[in-house]
Design a protein around this ligand. Structure first.
Ligand code: FMN
Length: 222
């Protein structure tokens, strides 16, 4: 697959078929993705790959926990305020399109809460990934982690496998830490769902538009 075709074909999938992925295939995707560059080649990424009973336990316990401990619905690390322009408009555009396809009306808090919970079901994907990073590393290393995640998404797509990055997993990290035995000196940064898209699901027709380069690129010296 040409790299541009993989970039164009990859989309965040939010409804998966339950068909399993073999460990060998996931290992191949991870091995390929680890070719991603990192600052001074420190390769700061660590990832927990869950399937089967562990995946199901994680889903079950996080969903149960969020019903009783809403106060823990925050990341362990500081999160910036994105509720300003231009970010807030882009978030709203995405939310409107997504909840429209899901037929969840604005203001239906209960349905919104349930749908947000689908993040913790990995949208029914058979494989979940939980990315962690050493707490002592700095922002440039978080960039490395993002590059690794993108490489995973493209290596997966090139093999017909779909993904969705899940920032939601930086919430309820106490449960995830316990179940996966994540050491205290690491942050749980985000998760990812991996599997085969349910092509019949309306939500998977969502296209998140991009701004043209005139909006985000400033050219000098051309
Ligand atoms: C770091 C990161 C975290 C994300 N977290 C979530 C999430 O928790 N739930 C979700 O449904 N989508 C999540 N997404 C997917 C984004 O909404 C999506 O990438 C964006 O809307 C662009 O759409 P596309 O991936 O289909 O091109 C996340 C993406 C990234 C890169």
């Amino acid at each position: 697959m040409h790299i541009d075709d993989a970039l164009k074909a990859r989309r965040s999938v939010r409804a998966f078929k339950r068909d399993p992925l073999s460990r060998e295939l996931v290992e191949e995707i991870l091995t390929t993705a680890a070719l991603a560059p990192s600052n001074t080649n420190v390769q700061p990424w660590q990832v927990h790959v869950v399937a089967g009973e562990v995946r199901d336990q994680l889903e079950r316990e996080v969903l149960a926990y969020r019903e009783t401990e809403p106060a823990d619905a925050a990341a362990e690390f500081p999160r910036a305020n994105k509720r300003k322009e231009p970010y807030v408009s882009r978030m709203r555009t995405l939310g409107k399109a997504m909840y429209g396809l899901l037929e969840i009306p604005k203001g239906d808090a209960a349905a919104g809460w349930r749908q947000w919970g689908r993040n913790y079901s990995f949208f029914d994907a058979p494989v979940g990934l939980i990315f962690t990073i050493d707490k002592e590393l700095d922002q440039i290393n978080w960039v490395d982690l993002g590059l690794f995640a993108m490489a995973i998404m493209l290596a997966a797509k090139a093999r017909g496998v779909d993904t969705c990055a899940l920032g939601a997993w930086n919430n309820y990290w106490t449960v995830t830490r316990r179940i996966l035995d994540v050491p205290e000196d690491r942050y749980i940064v985000f998760g990812m769902a991996m599997g085969y898209a349910d092509e019949t699901a309306a939500v998977n027709t969502l296209v998140a538009e991009r701004e043209p380069h005139e909006v985000f690129a400033t050219f000098h010296g051309f």
